[in-house]
Design a binder for this molecule. Structure first.
Ligand SMILES: Nc1ncnc2c1ncn2[C@@H]1O[C@H](COP(=O)(O)OP(=O)(O)OP(=O)(O)O)[C@@H](O)[C@H]1O
Ligand SMILES: [Mg+2]
Length: 445
Protein backbone atom coordinates (compact mmCIF):
# COMPACT_ATOMS: atom_id res chain seq x y z
CA UNK A 1 0.00 0.00 0.00
CA UNK A 2 1.12 3.51 -0.79
CA UNK A 3 0.28 5.97 1.92
CA UNK A 4 -0.94 8.61 -0.55
CA UNK A 5 -3.60 6.18 -1.71
CA UNK A 6 -4.50 4.79 1.70
CA UNK A 7 -7.07 6.02 4.21
CA UNK A 8 -5.15 6.69 7.41
CA UNK A 9 -6.80 9.58 9.27
CA UNK A 10 -4.08 10.19 11.87
CA UNK A 11 -4.90 12.66 14.66
CA UNK A 12 -2.26 15.14 15.84
CA UNK A 13 -3.84 15.90 19.20
CA UNK A 14 -4.57 13.50 22.00
CA UNK A 15 -8.32 12.87 22.05
CA UNK A 16 -9.70 14.10 25.38
CA UNK A 17 -12.12 11.19 25.82
CA UNK A 18 -9.42 8.52 25.85
CA UNK A 19 -8.30 7.60 29.35
CA UNK A 20 -5.90 4.77 28.56
CA UNK A 21 -3.05 4.47 26.13
CA UNK A 22 -4.55 1.84 23.82
CA UNK A 23 -7.70 3.87 23.29
CA UNK A 24 -5.64 7.02 22.70
CA UNK A 25 -3.34 5.36 20.16
CA UNK A 26 -6.14 3.56 18.34
CA UNK A 27 -7.90 6.90 17.81
CA UNK A 28 -4.71 8.78 16.96
CA UNK A 29 -3.52 6.11 14.52
CA UNK A 30 -6.85 6.29 12.69
CA UNK A 31 -7.81 2.70 13.54
CA UNK A 32 -11.31 3.24 14.91
CA UNK A 33 -14.04 5.84 15.06
CA UNK A 34 -16.64 5.90 17.77
CA UNK A 35 -20.21 5.96 16.39
CA UNK A 36 -22.10 5.73 19.68
CA UNK A 37 -21.07 4.79 23.23
CA UNK A 38 -19.20 1.50 22.95
CA UNK A 39 -19.88 1.14 19.22
CA UNK A 40 -17.09 1.64 16.70
CA UNK A 41 -16.35 1.71 13.01
CA UNK A 42 -13.16 -0.14 12.19
CA UNK A 43 -11.14 2.09 9.88
CA UNK A 44 -8.76 0.38 7.43
CA UNK A 45 -5.73 0.12 9.73
CA UNK A 46 -7.76 -1.16 12.69
CA UNK A 47 -9.72 -3.51 10.45
CA UNK A 48 -6.49 -5.00 9.14
CA UNK A 49 -5.24 -5.83 12.64
CA UNK A 50 -8.66 -7.16 13.62
CA UNK A 51 -8.58 -9.53 10.63
CA UNK A 52 -5.08 -10.73 11.48
CA UNK A 53 -6.12 -11.51 15.03
CA UNK A 54 -9.21 -13.28 13.76
CA UNK A 55 -7.06 -15.34 11.39
CA UNK A 56 -4.77 -16.51 14.20
CA UNK A 57 -7.78 -17.46 16.30
CA UNK A 58 -9.21 -19.48 13.38
CA UNK A 59 -5.93 -21.25 12.66
CA UNK A 60 -5.45 -22.32 16.26
CA UNK A 61 -9.04 -23.50 16.63
CA UNK A 62 -8.80 -25.59 13.50
CA UNK A 63 -5.45 -26.97 14.67
CA UNK A 64 -7.16 -28.18 17.85
CA UNK A 65 -9.81 -29.96 15.76
CA UNK A 66 -12.63 -27.45 16.24
CA UNK A 67 -15.07 -26.67 13.43
CA UNK A 68 -16.05 -23.16 12.28
CA UNK A 69 -19.61 -22.15 11.46
CA UNK A 70 -21.50 -18.85 11.63
CA UNK A 71 -24.59 -18.07 13.66
CA UNK A 72 -26.56 -14.82 13.29
CA UNK A 73 -26.28 -11.80 15.57
CA UNK A 74 -30.06 -11.62 16.06
CA UNK A 75 -31.74 -14.40 17.99
CA UNK A 76 -35.35 -15.21 18.89
CA UNK A 77 -36.21 -14.59 22.55
CA UNK A 78 -37.99 -17.95 22.80
CA UNK A 79 -34.72 -19.89 22.67
CA UNK A 80 -33.55 -17.99 25.73
CA UNK A 81 -36.83 -18.65 27.53
CA UNK A 82 -36.08 -22.36 27.24
CA UNK A 83 -32.85 -22.03 29.21
CA UNK A 84 -34.38 -19.50 31.59
CA UNK A 85 -31.79 -16.88 30.71
CA UNK A 86 -34.13 -14.47 28.93
CA UNK A 87 -35.19 -13.08 32.28
CA UNK A 88 -31.93 -13.76 34.13
CA UNK A 89 -29.63 -11.89 31.74
CA UNK A 90 -30.99 -8.52 32.77
CA UNK A 91 -30.28 -5.13 31.28
CA UNK A 92 -27.11 -6.12 29.45
CA UNK A 93 -29.26 -7.83 26.84
CA UNK A 94 -30.44 -5.66 23.97
CA UNK A 95 -34.04 -6.66 23.30
CA UNK A 96 -35.65 -5.85 19.97
CA UNK A 97 -39.10 -6.34 18.44
CA UNK A 98 -39.55 -6.98 14.74
CA UNK A 99 -42.52 -5.65 12.66
CA UNK A 100 -44.64 -8.63 13.72
CA UNK A 101 -44.03 -7.83 17.39
CA UNK A 102 -41.87 -10.93 17.70
CA UNK A 103 -39.34 -10.64 20.50
CA UNK A 104 -35.73 -10.82 19.39
CA UNK A 105 -32.40 -10.00 20.94
CA UNK A 106 -28.91 -9.14 19.76
CA UNK A 107 -26.89 -12.11 20.99
CA UNK A 108 -24.55 -11.48 23.95
CA UNK A 109 -23.35 -15.13 23.60
CA UNK A 110 -24.65 -18.27 21.85
CA UNK A 111 -25.10 -21.23 24.22
CA UNK A 112 -28.83 -21.49 23.48
CA UNK A 113 -28.54 -21.21 19.71
CA UNK A 114 -25.73 -23.73 19.38
CA UNK A 115 -27.64 -26.14 21.63
CA UNK A 116 -30.63 -25.71 19.33
CA UNK A 117 -28.48 -26.50 16.27
CA UNK A 118 -27.10 -29.54 18.02
CA UNK A 119 -30.46 -30.96 19.10
CA UNK A 120 -31.87 -30.47 15.59
CA UNK A 121 -29.17 -32.52 13.89
CA UNK A 122 -27.34 -34.79 16.30
CA UNK A 123 -28.94 -37.83 17.81
CA UNK A 124 -26.27 -40.44 18.44
CA UNK A 125 -23.21 -40.74 20.67
CA UNK A 126 -21.40 -41.81 17.49
CA UNK A 127 -21.41 -38.19 16.30
CA UNK A 128 -19.48 -37.09 19.39
CA UNK A 129 -17.15 -35.49 20.26
CA UNK A 130 -18.05 -32.28 18.46
CA UNK A 131 -16.75 -28.75 18.96
CA UNK A 132 -18.26 -25.92 16.93
CA UNK A 133 -17.19 -22.29 17.08
CA UNK A 134 -17.75 -18.98 15.37
CA UNK A 135 -16.32 -15.49 15.36
CA UNK A 136 -19.26 -13.12 15.43
CA UNK A 137 -20.28 -9.72 16.76
CA UNK A 138 -21.91 -9.66 20.16
CA UNK A 139 -23.87 -6.96 21.90
CA UNK A 140 -23.90 -6.38 25.64
CA UNK A 141 -25.45 -3.19 26.83
CA UNK A 142 -22.64 -2.56 29.29
CA UNK A 143 -23.41 -0.11 32.06
CA UNK A 144 -20.11 1.69 31.50
CA UNK A 145 -18.67 1.15 28.04
CA UNK A 146 -15.14 2.55 28.20
CA UNK A 147 -11.52 2.24 27.22
CA UNK A 148 -12.38 2.05 23.52
CA UNK A 149 -12.63 -1.46 22.17
CA UNK A 150 -11.66 -2.95 25.53
CA UNK A 151 -15.16 -2.61 26.94
CA UNK A 152 -17.42 -1.97 24.03
CA UNK A 153 -21.11 -2.68 23.73
CA UNK A 154 -20.75 -4.19 20.27
CA UNK A 155 -17.64 -6.37 20.18
CA UNK A 156 -16.21 -9.28 18.25
CA UNK A 157 -15.89 -12.58 20.06
CA UNK A 158 -14.81 -16.06 19.21
CA UNK A 159 -17.11 -18.42 21.03
CA UNK A 160 -16.83 -22.19 20.83
CA UNK A 161 -18.97 -24.95 22.25
CA UNK A 162 -18.06 -28.57 22.90
CA UNK A 163 -20.51 -31.47 22.93
CA UNK A 164 -19.34 -34.69 24.56
CA UNK A 165 -20.75 -37.94 25.86
CA UNK A 166 -19.04 -38.06 29.24
CA UNK A 167 -17.67 -35.62 31.75
CA UNK A 168 -14.13 -36.94 31.07
CA UNK A 169 -14.57 -36.20 27.36
CA UNK A 170 -15.86 -32.71 28.14
CA UNK A 171 -12.92 -32.04 30.44
CA UNK A 172 -10.58 -33.08 27.65
CA UNK A 173 -12.35 -30.51 25.44
CA UNK A 174 -11.80 -27.95 28.20
CA UNK A 175 -8.10 -28.78 28.32
CA UNK A 176 -7.84 -28.67 24.53
CA UNK A 177 -9.25 -25.16 24.61
CA UNK A 178 -6.82 -24.10 27.29
CA UNK A 179 -3.83 -25.27 25.27
CA UNK A 180 -5.10 -23.86 21.98
CA UNK A 181 -5.66 -20.51 23.70
CA UNK A 182 -2.13 -20.48 25.09
CA UNK A 183 -0.75 -20.81 21.58
CA UNK A 184 -3.24 -18.29 20.18
CA UNK A 185 -2.12 -15.56 22.59
CA UNK A 186 1.57 -16.36 22.22
CA UNK A 187 1.29 -15.94 18.45
CA UNK A 188 -0.01 -12.44 19.13
CA UNK A 189 3.06 -11.65 21.19
CA UNK A 190 1.08 -11.81 24.45
CA UNK A 191 1.60 -13.52 27.75
CA UNK A 192 -1.94 -14.42 28.81
CA UNK A 193 -2.09 -16.28 32.12
CA UNK A 194 -4.87 -18.78 32.79
CA UNK A 195 -6.34 -17.94 36.19
CA UNK A 196 -8.99 -19.79 38.11
CA UNK A 197 -12.18 -17.75 37.82
CA UNK A 198 -15.75 -17.41 39.02
CA UNK A 199 -18.39 -18.34 36.48
CA UNK A 200 -21.10 -15.62 36.36
CA UNK A 201 -24.16 -15.93 34.09
CA UNK A 202 -22.73 -18.70 31.88
CA UNK A 203 -22.83 -21.17 34.82
CA UNK A 204 -20.58 -24.06 35.94
CA UNK A 205 -17.65 -24.39 38.40
CA UNK A 206 -14.79 -25.32 36.15
CA UNK A 207 -13.58 -22.13 34.56
CA UNK A 208 -10.40 -20.23 33.82
CA UNK A 209 -9.93 -16.71 32.58
CA UNK A 210 -6.90 -15.67 30.54
CA UNK A 211 -5.36 -12.42 31.71
CA UNK A 212 -2.79 -10.17 30.12
CA UNK A 213 -0.82 -8.29 32.76
CA UNK A 214 -1.24 -4.54 32.35
CA UNK A 215 -1.51 -1.73 34.87
CA UNK A 216 -4.71 -0.51 33.19
CA UNK A 217 -6.46 -3.90 33.50
CA UNK A 218 -9.86 -3.99 35.15
CA UNK A 219 -9.17 -7.13 37.22
CA UNK A 220 -6.93 -7.36 40.24
CA UNK A 221 -4.66 -10.40 39.93
CA UNK A 222 -2.50 -12.38 42.36
CA UNK A 223 0.16 -14.67 40.97
CA UNK A 224 3.45 -16.43 41.48
CA UNK A 225 6.28 -14.46 39.84
CA UNK A 226 7.31 -17.60 37.95
CA UNK A 227 4.00 -17.87 36.09
CA UNK A 228 4.63 -15.24 33.37
CA UNK A 229 7.79 -17.12 32.37
CA UNK A 230 5.84 -20.23 31.36
CA UNK A 231 5.79 -20.55 27.57
CA UNK A 232 4.22 -23.07 25.24
CA UNK A 233 6.53 -22.06 22.40
CA UNK A 234 6.66 -24.09 19.20
CA UNK A 235 5.91 -27.44 20.88
CA UNK A 236 4.03 -29.86 18.69
CA UNK A 237 0.84 -30.80 20.51
CA UNK A 238 -1.27 -33.84 19.69
CA UNK A 239 -4.69 -32.51 20.61
CA UNK A 240 -6.16 -36.03 20.69
CA UNK A 241 -3.67 -37.16 23.29
CA UNK A 242 -5.49 -36.60 26.57
CA UNK A 243 -2.51 -37.18 28.82
CA UNK A 244 -0.31 -34.82 26.85
CA UNK A 245 -2.91 -32.04 26.74
CA UNK A 246 -3.74 -32.49 30.43
CA UNK A 247 -0.04 -32.33 31.35
CA UNK A 248 0.32 -28.97 29.60
CA UNK A 249 -2.71 -27.63 31.47
CA UNK A 250 -1.18 -28.91 34.69
CA UNK A 251 2.06 -27.12 33.86
CA UNK A 252 0.25 -23.82 33.36
CA UNK A 253 -2.19 -24.02 36.27
CA UNK A 254 -0.22 -25.49 39.16
CA UNK A 255 1.49 -22.31 40.28
CA UNK A 256 -0.76 -19.78 41.97
CA UNK A 257 -2.59 -17.39 39.63
CA UNK A 258 -6.04 -16.05 40.51
CA UNK A 259 -8.21 -13.01 40.08
CA UNK A 260 -9.71 -11.11 43.01
CA UNK A 261 -12.90 -13.18 42.64
CA UNK A 262 -11.19 -16.46 43.54
CA UNK A 263 -8.14 -15.18 45.44
CA UNK A 264 -7.36 -17.07 48.65
CA UNK A 265 -4.97 -15.20 50.91
CA UNK A 266 -4.04 -18.29 52.94
CA UNK A 267 -2.99 -20.27 49.86
CA UNK A 268 -1.24 -17.24 48.35
CA UNK A 269 0.80 -16.74 51.51
CA UNK A 270 2.32 -20.20 51.15
CA UNK A 271 4.35 -18.89 48.20
CA UNK A 272 7.76 -17.44 49.18
CA UNK A 273 7.23 -13.75 49.79
CA UNK A 274 9.55 -12.49 47.05
CA UNK A 275 7.50 -14.41 44.47
CA UNK A 276 4.09 -13.08 45.55
CA UNK A 277 2.92 -10.64 42.89
CA UNK A 278 -0.15 -8.46 42.94
CA UNK A 279 -1.07 -6.54 39.82
CA UNK A 280 -3.76 -5.89 37.30
CA UNK A 281 -4.87 -7.82 34.25
CA UNK A 282 -7.02 -7.59 31.13
CA UNK A 283 -9.34 -10.55 30.55
CA UNK A 284 -8.84 -11.69 26.96
CA UNK A 285 -10.63 -15.02 27.16
CA UNK A 286 -12.48 -17.47 29.34
CA UNK A 287 -13.23 -21.19 29.17
CA UNK A 288 -16.06 -22.98 30.97
CA UNK A 289 -17.12 -26.53 31.60
CA UNK A 290 -20.78 -26.50 32.62
CA UNK A 291 -21.93 -30.09 32.07
CA UNK A 292 -25.60 -30.51 31.21
CA UNK A 293 -26.90 -27.06 32.21
CA UNK A 294 -28.17 -26.20 28.71
CA UNK A 295 -28.59 -29.70 27.27
CA UNK A 296 -31.00 -30.65 30.06
CA UNK A 297 -33.12 -27.52 29.93
CA UNK A 298 -33.20 -27.53 26.12
CA UNK A 299 -33.45 -31.27 25.49
CA UNK A 300 -30.13 -31.83 23.69
CA UNK A 301 -29.69 -35.56 24.18
CA UNK A 302 -27.98 -38.44 22.41
CA UNK A 303 -28.64 -42.16 22.28
CA UNK A 304 -25.81 -44.11 23.93
CA UNK A 305 -24.33 -47.49 22.99
CA UNK A 306 -26.80 -49.29 25.27
CA UNK A 307 -29.76 -47.50 23.73
CA UNK A 308 -30.51 -45.10 26.59
CA UNK A 309 -30.79 -41.35 26.09
CA UNK A 310 -28.56 -38.88 27.98
CA UNK A 311 -28.13 -35.09 27.88
CA UNK A 312 -24.80 -34.09 26.31
CA UNK A 313 -21.93 -32.71 28.34
CA UNK A 314 -20.99 -29.19 27.26
CA UNK A 315 -18.67 -26.27 27.77
CA UNK A 316 -18.19 -22.87 26.15
CA UNK A 317 -15.01 -21.00 25.39
CA UNK A 318 -14.59 -17.35 24.44
CA UNK A 319 -11.86 -15.08 23.16
CA UNK A 320 -12.34 -11.30 23.10
CA UNK A 321 -11.15 -10.73 19.53
CA UNK A 322 -11.76 -6.97 19.35
CA UNK A 323 -10.62 -6.43 22.97
CA UNK A 324 -7.33 -8.06 22.03
CA UNK A 325 -6.30 -5.04 19.97
CA UNK A 326 -6.48 -2.91 23.09
CA UNK A 327 -4.76 -5.54 25.21
CA UNK A 328 -1.88 -5.91 22.75
CA UNK A 329 -1.35 -2.15 22.66
CA UNK A 330 -1.49 -1.89 26.46
CA UNK A 331 1.22 -4.56 26.61
CA UNK A 332 3.31 -3.21 23.73
CA UNK A 333 3.82 0.52 23.20
CA UNK A 334 6.09 3.42 24.10
CA UNK A 335 5.63 7.18 24.32
CA UNK A 336 5.78 7.52 20.51
CA UNK A 337 3.08 5.02 19.72
CA UNK A 338 2.13 1.40 19.22
CA UNK A 339 4.70 -1.39 18.79
CA UNK A 340 2.91 -4.24 16.98
CA UNK A 341 4.22 -7.74 17.53
CA UNK A 342 5.14 -9.29 14.15
CA UNK A 343 2.25 -11.78 14.43
CA UNK A 344 -0.48 -9.13 14.19
CA UNK A 345 1.10 -6.08 12.57
CA UNK A 346 -1.12 -4.40 9.94
CA UNK A 347 1.83 -4.03 7.55
CA UNK A 348 5.06 -5.99 7.75
CA UNK A 349 7.33 -3.01 7.21
CA UNK A 350 7.19 0.68 6.47
CA UNK A 351 9.22 2.30 3.72
CA UNK A 352 10.20 5.91 4.34
CA UNK A 353 11.35 7.95 1.37
CA UNK A 354 13.51 10.78 2.72
CA UNK A 355 13.44 12.78 -0.51
CA UNK A 356 10.17 12.31 -2.31
CA UNK A 357 10.39 13.54 -5.90
CA UNK A 358 14.08 12.72 -6.25
CA UNK A 359 14.30 10.32 -9.17
CA UNK A 360 16.92 8.11 -7.52
CA UNK A 361 15.22 7.71 -4.13
CA UNK A 362 11.79 7.31 -5.71
CA UNK A 363 13.06 4.51 -7.93
CA UNK A 364 14.85 2.80 -5.04
CA UNK A 365 11.69 2.93 -2.92
CA UNK A 366 9.59 1.54 -5.75
CA UNK A 367 12.10 -1.27 -6.24
CA UNK A 368 12.08 -2.08 -2.53
CA UNK A 369 8.30 -2.01 -2.43
CA UNK A 370 8.04 -4.47 -5.30
CA UNK A 371 10.77 -6.74 -3.92
CA UNK A 372 9.01 -6.97 -0.53
CA UNK A 373 5.71 -7.78 -2.20
CA UNK A 374 7.42 -10.43 -4.31
CA UNK A 375 8.46 -12.09 -1.02
CA UNK A 376 4.83 -12.21 0.05
CA UNK A 377 5.23 -9.30 2.45
CA UNK A 378 2.83 -6.41 2.81
CA UNK A 379 4.73 -3.08 3.02
CA UNK A 380 3.38 0.41 3.65
CA UNK A 381 5.27 2.95 1.56
CA UNK A 382 5.18 6.51 2.88
CA UNK A 383 5.31 8.30 -0.46
CA UNK A 384 3.92 11.60 0.83
CA UNK A 385 5.70 14.85 0.13
CA UNK A 386 6.46 15.39 3.83
CA UNK A 387 9.43 16.12 6.06
CA UNK A 388 11.37 13.10 7.31
CA UNK A 389 10.35 13.92 10.90
CA UNK A 390 6.66 13.77 10.08
CA UNK A 391 7.09 10.47 8.26
CA UNK A 392 8.99 8.94 11.18
CA UNK A 393 6.36 10.17 13.63
CA UNK A 394 3.58 8.50 11.63
CA UNK A 395 5.50 5.23 11.37
CA UNK A 396 6.23 5.26 15.12
CA UNK A 397 2.61 6.02 15.97
CA UNK A 398 1.11 3.26 13.83
CA UNK A 399 3.72 0.90 15.21
CA UNK A 400 5.02 -1.17 12.28
CA UNK A 401 7.74 -3.38 13.77
CA UNK A 402 10.25 -2.66 10.97
CA UNK A 403 11.05 0.43 8.94
CA UNK A 404 13.28 0.81 5.91
CA UNK A 405 14.55 4.35 5.40
CA UNK A 406 15.74 5.33 1.94
CA UNK A 407 17.61 8.56 1.24
CA UNK A 408 20.01 9.97 -1.37
CA UNK A 409 23.02 9.91 0.96
CA UNK A 410 22.63 6.22 1.79
CA UNK A 411 21.91 5.31 -1.80
CA UNK A 412 25.16 6.96 -2.87
CA UNK A 413 26.87 4.38 -0.64
CA UNK A 414 24.58 1.57 -1.82
CA UNK A 415 22.70 1.27 1.48
CA UNK A 416 19.31 1.76 3.09
CA UNK A 417 18.60 1.72 6.82
CA UNK A 418 16.62 -1.02 8.55
CA UNK A 419 15.20 0.03 11.93
CA UNK A 420 13.57 -2.12 14.57
CA UNK A 421 10.64 -0.27 16.15
CA UNK A 422 10.95 -2.13 19.46
CA UNK A 423 14.67 -1.58 20.10
CA UNK A 424 15.18 1.53 18.00
CA UNK A 425 18.35 -0.06 16.62
CA UNK A 426 19.16 0.84 12.99
CA UNK A 427 21.45 -1.02 10.63
CA UNK A 428 22.71 -0.04 7.21
CA UNK A 429 22.65 -2.63 4.48
CA UNK A 430 21.89 -3.00 0.79
CA UNK A 431 18.23 -2.92 -0.21
CA UNK A 432 18.49 -6.59 -1.24
CA UNK A 433 19.86 -7.52 2.18
CA UNK A 434 17.01 -5.63 3.89
CA UNK A 435 14.47 -7.57 1.83
CA UNK A 436 16.14 -10.87 2.74
CA UNK A 437 16.31 -9.95 6.41
CA UNK A 438 12.61 -9.05 6.54
CA UNK A 439 11.62 -12.20 4.67
CA UNK A 440 13.63 -14.20 7.22
CA UNK A 441 12.02 -12.45 10.19
CA UNK A 442 8.51 -13.07 8.95
CA UNK A 443 9.20 -16.67 7.93
CA UNK A 444 9.01 -17.44 11.68
CA UNK A 445 5.59 -15.81 12.05
N1 LIG B 1 -17.86 -5.52 26.64
C1 LIG B 1 -16.87 -6.17 26.06
N2 LIG B 1 -16.09 -5.56 25.14
C2 LIG B 1 -15.07 -6.25 24.56
N3 LIG B 1 -14.77 -7.52 24.82
C3 LIG B 1 -15.51 -8.16 25.73
C4 LIG B 1 -16.59 -7.53 26.39
N4 LIG B 1 -17.16 -8.42 27.25
C5 LIG B 1 -16.46 -9.55 27.12
N5 LIG B 1 -15.46 -9.42 26.22
C6 LIG B 1 -14.48 -10.43 25.81
O1 LIG B 1 -15.12 -11.66 25.50
C7 LIG B 1 -14.53 -12.72 26.24
C8 LIG B 1 -15.52 -13.82 26.56
O2 LIG B 1 -16.72 -13.31 27.15
P1 LIG B 1 -17.16 -13.56 28.67
O3 LIG B 1 -18.59 -13.87 28.65
O4 LIG B 1 -16.21 -14.45 29.40
O5 LIG B 1 -16.95 -12.04 29.16
P2 LIG B 1 -17.07 -11.45 30.63
O6 LIG B 1 -16.46 -12.38 31.61
O7 LIG B 1 -18.45 -10.98 30.85
O8 LIG B 1 -16.11 -10.17 30.46
P3 LIG B 1 -15.92 -9.00 31.52
O9 LIG B 1 -15.77 -9.66 32.87
O10 LIG B 1 -14.69 -8.28 31.06
O11 LIG B 1 -17.17 -8.19 31.41
C9 LIG B 1 -13.98 -12.04 27.49
O12 LIG B 1 -12.92 -12.79 28.03
C10 LIG B 1 -13.52 -10.71 26.93
O13 LIG B 1 -12.21 -10.83 26.41
MG1 LIG C 1 -15.34 -13.77 31.26
Amino acid sequence: MRLTRYFLPVLKENPAEAQIVSHRYMLRAGMIKQQAAGIYSWLPLGFKVLKRIEQIVHEEQVRAGHIPLLMPTLQPADLWRESGRYDDYGQEMLRIKDRHEREMLYGPTNEEMITDIFRSHVNSYKDLPLTLYHIQWKFRDEMRPRFGVMRGREFLMKDGYNFDLTKEDALHAYNRHMVSYLRTYERMGLTAIPMRAASGPIGGDNTHEFLVLASTGESEVFYDAQVPDLKLGAREVDFDNRAEVAAICQEFTTLYARTDETHDEAVFNQIPEDRRKVGRGIEVGQIFYFGTKYSESMGATVVTADGSRVPVEMGSHGIGVSRLLGAIIEASHDDKGIIWPEGVTPFHAGIVNLKQGDAGTDAACEGLYKALKAKGLDPLYDDRDERAGAKFATMDLIGLPWRVTVGPRGLANGVVELTCRRTGVSEEMSAEAAVERLAGIYADW
